[in-house]
Design a protein around this ligand. Structure first.
Ligand SMILES: [Zn+2]
Length: 278
């Protein structure tokens, strides 16, 4: 497919996503109907889309054909807010795990995801990833998406542009080495975004993804509480925030074993966004 066609499609679909945000429905990632390879033009974007998206739609259509960020600077739009959820029809949700990988917890989470044949997103910190590259390799092998969560988990809003760039770029380097490709998503620590973070992320070819449901698992509220937050917040398009590092995450590990089969039994599909080269 020609490059300009892809860019046109990308522009059209992002225009739809932007409209969602403007309508007050927080920014949403738009999910296409792809099944693994580049597809014919996607249906109309946004909540008004008349053609239902297949529940098996895992590809972020607009970006198929996207080149490596380093050789195609400036192609990712600079956003003013992160995506908070995904749009599209069907009972799809995204599970995300931040701050790892941690060899004490991440393998258990990966085991549970594998048991149910589910893909998730891991927003890793460079300083954790550099010592646990085997876990990033496993994530790649098992089809999970690894995102950039900075090197040392600082509050970006208190850093200079140069510091933010270093935090993000070093982390992408480690991810590329261990996971096999540079990340295409990033998430600001504490959900504290600023203009520099959006600009730098776009420069590095990454889209900003926040979350819809916060499990508050980092407060170690008890396994049952985490399960209730996920199940209470479950809805089409929801992005769930949990943590696989940063403290004792055994509750997060146990909670996943509980809510994941329940969500699947309720008819939800767990999915991940894709922005791969066609
Ligand atoms: Zn974090």
């Amino acid at each position: 497919m020609k490059k300009d066609q892809l860019l046109t499609r990308r522009g059209a679909l992002f225009a739809g996503a932007a409209a969602l945000g403007a309508a007050g429905t927080a920014g949403a990632v738009l999910w296409g109907t792809g099944g693994g390879q580049a597809k014919p033009p996607a249906p109309a974007a946004g909540p008004q889309a008349s053609r239902p998206l297949k529940p098996s739609a895992y590809r972020l259509q607009p970006l198929t054909g996207y080149g490596p960020p380093r050789t195609t600077p400036g192609r990712t739009l600079v956003r003013h807010e992160p995506f908070l959820k995904m749009s599209g029809r069907g009972r799809t949700m995204v599970l995300t795990f931040d701050d790892g990988p941690d060899p004490r917890y991440t393998p258990h989470i990966l085991d549970t995801l594998a048991e149910y044949d589910v893909r998730a997103m891991f927003f890793v910190c460079g300083e954790m990833a550099v010592d646990n590259q085997d876990l990033l390799a496993r994530m790649a092998d098992e089809g999970h998406v690894v995102g950039n969560h900075t090197w040392s988990h600082p509050l970006l809003t208190r850093m200079t542009r140069g510091q933010i760039r270093s935090e993000m770029d070093r982390t992408s380097d480690v991810i590329e080495d261990a996971y096999g490709e540079r990340p295409q998503w990033f998430r600001a620590p504490y959900g504290a975004w600023n203009r520099a973070a959006f600009q730098l992320g776009a420069e590095m070819g990454m889209e900003p993804l926040a979350w819809t449901v916060d499990t508050l698992d980092w407060t170690t509220p008890g396994t049952r509480s985490i399960v209730h937050r996920v199940e209470g917040g479950a809805a089409p398009g929801v992005v769930v925030l949990s943590h696989d590092a940063g403290g004792d995450r055994s509750q997060s590990v146990r909670a996943l074993r509980d809510y994941l089969p329940q969500l699947l039994d309720s008819g939800y599909h767990m999915t991940v966004p894709r922005r791969r080269t066609a």
